[in-house]
Design a protein around this ligand. Structure first.
Ligand SMILES: *[C@@H]1O[C@H](CO)[C@@H](O)[C@H](O)[C@H]1NC(C)=O
Ligand SMILES: *[C@@H]1O[C@H](CO)[C@@H](O)[C@H](O)[C@H]1NC(C)=O
Ligand SMILES: [Cu+2]
Length: 562
C-alpha cells in the first residue's frame, strides 16, 4: 500500500467515526488497521491510553470501564500525587480518570453483587504510599463512581483466587495462595472459600479439600454456577485437569467428571473457560468449554492447542475435544459477542503466565511468541475462524471485554513487576477496539429505544426473573427477525472472565408500532431463576438476523420482591 492510500484510509476512518458518532476528536492518533479495506475479518483501532495497566477490567456502564492494576509507577496520578492503580476509562472521550485505591491490589479478583456494587478482594503488602491489601475488600459503586476499601476484613490471604456472583446475590471468593508465588504449593495453599457479604457478622472460611488434592496447578480456579430448578447453588470447578460439581448448600462434591485430556489449564499454565450460551429451548443445559493452557511449566514449552467441551448435567459425559482454531495459546481471553459467538484473543504461543526474568538484553520472557489474531468460535457449527491481527502483543496481565455497542475492548499486557516502556514487551497502556465482522453486515442494526418505557442506558433499569419485558425497537429495511439475549459482562483478570454469562431469551411477540415508521414493540421473557444468570447488572441485546443492536440495554436483574 502506498503512503497516499494509507493516509486516505486514515482520514476516511477518522471522518466516519467523527460524523456518525459525533465523538470529540481523540487526542491520540488513530491507527486504522483494516487490512486494505477488507472488513470481513474485523478491524482494529487504537483509541486511547488506559492510565493504569489493565490487570483487571470491568464494564460499569454502556460507555465506561474500570481498570485495576497492581502497585506500580503509572503516569496517571491520584489527587495526592501518587501513581494511581485504578482508573475509569470513558469510551466517548477516550480519557482515563484516576480512582482512589489506597491498598495494594496485586493479584486479586472481583465479582458483582446482586445489588449492582462490584466487590474486589485481596492483594499484597503495602509500601510508603499504599497500605497492605492482603485482607482488604474493596467496593466500587457506580453512583459514587469510586472505590471504598475495608481493610482486615478477609479472614485469610488469597493471591490468585476466583470470585463469582452467586444466585443469592452475594459473592464467592474461592481458593488462591496465602503468599505470592509462581506455582502453588502446600505450605501456602488456601483450600477454602468465603462469602461477601458474610451471612453472619464476619467473613468465615469454609474448607474445600478438592483444592488440596489438585496442587500445584489450582490457582485462579475455573468456577461457574450450574443452572438448576431445585434451588441449589451448584458450582462447576476445574483445576489441574480435574472437574467437579460442588453443592455450596451441603458443602459436598456432587459429581467428579472425567479427567480432562491435554495439558494444564490453570495459572500459571493459564487457559480460559466459558459456559456455552444457555438457552430455554433445552432448559438451560450447561456445557463448559475450556481452551488453551500448557503441558509443562517451561519457557520453551509450546502452549496447549486443544479445547474441550463437557456436558455438566451428567457425570457420564465425556470431554468432547477439539483443536483451538489451529493455534497453541497460553493466556487466551474468552469474550462473548452479541450473537453468542466467542472471541478468543490475546496470549502467547509459548511459555507460562508471569514476569520476565532479568532485564536489558538478557531479559528472559517467560511468555513468548504473542498470538496477534483472535479466533471466533461458533458454538452451533463448532468451528473456529481466525480474524484480523492486531499490532499489539497482549501477554501477561491483559484483558478483553465486550462493549455494549458490539465492539470488543482489548487492552493491558505487562509481563514485568514494574513499569517498563523501552523493552520488547512493554507495560502496555494502548486501548484497542476490535470491530468484529458482524458490524460490517449490510443488514440494518436494530436500535433499542426503550425498555419497560425507560430510555436505555441512562441508569440501570430494574427487572425481575420470569418477567415479560417490553422493548420499543427501531429498525429499517422491512420485517425484522429478532433474537434476544442477556449477557453478564463479568470481571476480567488473568484470562478468566469471572461470572461472564450468555443466555438466550424467548422473544414472545413482535408487533409493528403504528405510531412511528420502522418501529416495533417487542416482548421478551427473562430467565426463570438466578442459577441461570446471576442477579445484578447485565445487558439485554437484540440481533436482527446477523446484525447486532446499536447498543445493549443495561439492566439490574433481581428476584421480584415478595
Ligand atoms: C450492596 O451491598 C453491599 C454489601 O452489603 C453494601 O455494602 C453496598 O452498599 C450495597 N450497594 C448498594 C448500591 O446498595
Ligand atoms: C429467524 O431467526 C430464527 C432464529 O435464528 C431462524 O430460525 C428463522 O429461520 C429466521 N427466520 C427467517 C425468516 O429468516
Ligand atoms: Cu498477575
Amino acid at each position: 500500500m502506498n503512503v497516499k492510500l494509507i493516509l486516505f484510509l486514515f482520514l476516511f476512518g477518522g471522518l466516519i467515526i467523527f460524523n456518525v458518532n459525533a465523538l470529540p476528536a481523540s487526542p491520540l492518533p488513530l491507527v486504522e488497521r483494516n487490512d486494505g479495506g477488507d472488513t470481513s475479518l474485523g478491524t482494529w483501532k487504537i483509541v486511547g491510553k488506559s492510565g493504569v495497566n489493565a490487570m483487571h477490567a470491568f464494564l460499569v456502564s454502556s460507555r465506561k470501564f474500570v481498570f485495576v492494576d497492581k502497585l506500580e509507577g503509572n503516569d496517571l496520578k491520584r489527587p495526592d500525587g501518587v501513581s494511581a492503580i485504578s482508573a475509569e476509562y470513558d469510551l466517548d472521550t477516550n480519557e482515563a480518570r484516576a480512582l482512589s485505591i489506597y491498598t495494594n491490589t496485586f493479584c486479586s479478583a472481583g465479582a458483582w453483587l446482586g445489588n449492582g456494587t462490584l466487590v474486589e478482594a485481596g492483594g499484597d503488602n503495602g509500601d510508603a504510599n499504599f497500605r497492605s491489601g492482603r485482607q482488604t475488600v474493596r467496593l466500587y459503586d457506580k453512583t459514587i463512581g469510586d472505590w471504598y476499601e475495608f481493610e482486615g476484613v478477609m479472614p485469610t490471604m488469597r493471591w490468585y483466587p476466583t470470585m463469582l456472583s452467586l444466585p443469592s446475590g452475594n459473592v464467592l471468593v474461592v481458593g488462591g495462595a496465602k503468599a505470592a508465588t509462581g506455582v502453588n504449593k502446600d505450605s501456602i495453599n488456601n483450600p477454602s472459600y468465603t462469602f461477601y457479604p458474610p451471612s453472619g457478622t464476619v467473613m468465615e472460611d469454609f474448607s474445600l479439600p478438592f483444592l488440596t488434592e489438585t496442587l500445584p496447578y489450582n490457582l485462579y480456579p475455573m468456577v461457574h454456577v450450574i443452572p438448576n430448578f431445585e434451588g441449589k447453588t451448584l458450582l462447576f470447578i476445574h483445576v489441574n485437569q480435574r472437574s467437579i460439581s460442588f453443592d455450596i448448600g451441603t458443602g459436598k462434591v456432587v459429581y467428579e467428571y472425567p479427567k480432562m485430556p491435554g495439558g494444564f489449564r490453570n495459572y500459571p499454565l493459564t487457559g480460559t473457560s466459558v459456559i456455552l450460551p444457555l438457552t430455554p429451548t433445552d432448559n438451560y443445559k450447561a456445557k463448559v468449554m475450556i481452551c488453551g493452557g500448557n503441558k509443562a511449566y517451561e519457557i520453551t514449552s509450546e502452549g496447549e492447542a486443544s479445547c474441550g467441551i463437557l456436558d455438566l448435567m451428567t457425570d457420564k459425559a465425556q470431554w468432547e475435544m477439539n483443536d483451538f482454531g489451529g493455534t497453541p495459546r497460553i493466556m487466551p481471553d474468552a469474550t462473548f459477542l452479541v450473537d453468542g459467538t466467542i472471541l478468543f484473543v490475546n496470549g502467547a504461543r509459548t511459555g507460562f503466565a508471569g514476569y520476565r526474568k532479568g532485564g536489558g538484553a538478557n531479559a528472559l520472557w517467560v511468555n513468548e511468541n504473542p498470538v496477534l489474531f483472535p479466533v471466533l468460535y461458533d458454538h452451533f457449527a463448532k468451528t473456529f475462524k481466525p480474524l484480523a491481527s492486531s499490532i499489539v502483543p497482549r501477554m501477561y496481565h491483559s484483558v478483553s471485554s465486550l462493549v455494549p455497542d458490539g465492539t470488543v475492548l482489548v487492552t493491558g499486557s505487562n509481563p514485568q513487576g514494574n513499569v517498563a516502556i523501552d523493552v520488547k514487551y512493554p507495560t502496555e497502556y494502548r486501548v484497542e477496539i476490535f470491530s468484529p465482522p458482524y458490524l460490517y453486515t449490510k443488514t440494518p442494526r436494530p436500535n433499542i429505544i426503550s425498555l419497560q418505557t425507560f430510555e436505555i442506558n441512562k441508569e440501570r433499569i430494574k427487572v425481575y426473573y420470569q418477567q415479560m419485558v417490553t422493548l420499543i425497537v427501531q429498525v429499517a429495511g422491512g420485517p425484522p427477525n429478532f433474537t434476544a439475549s442477556l449477557i453478564h459482562h463479568g470481571f476480567i483478570t488473568h484470562s478468566q472472565n469471572m461470572g461472564q454469562r450468555y443466555v438466550y431469551l424467548e422473544v414472545e411477540n413482535v408487533w409493528t408500532d403504528s405510531t412511528a415508521n420502522d418501529q416495533y414493540i417487542v416482548t421478551v421473557k427473562l430467565p426463570q431463576n438466578p442459577t441461570i444468570i446471576a442477579p445484578g447488572p447485565s445487558f439485554l441485546y437484540l440481533m436482527n438476523y446477523d446484525a447486532p443492536c446499536v447498543s445493549g440495554a443495561e439492566i439490574l436483574l433481581n428476584e421480584q420482591p415478595k
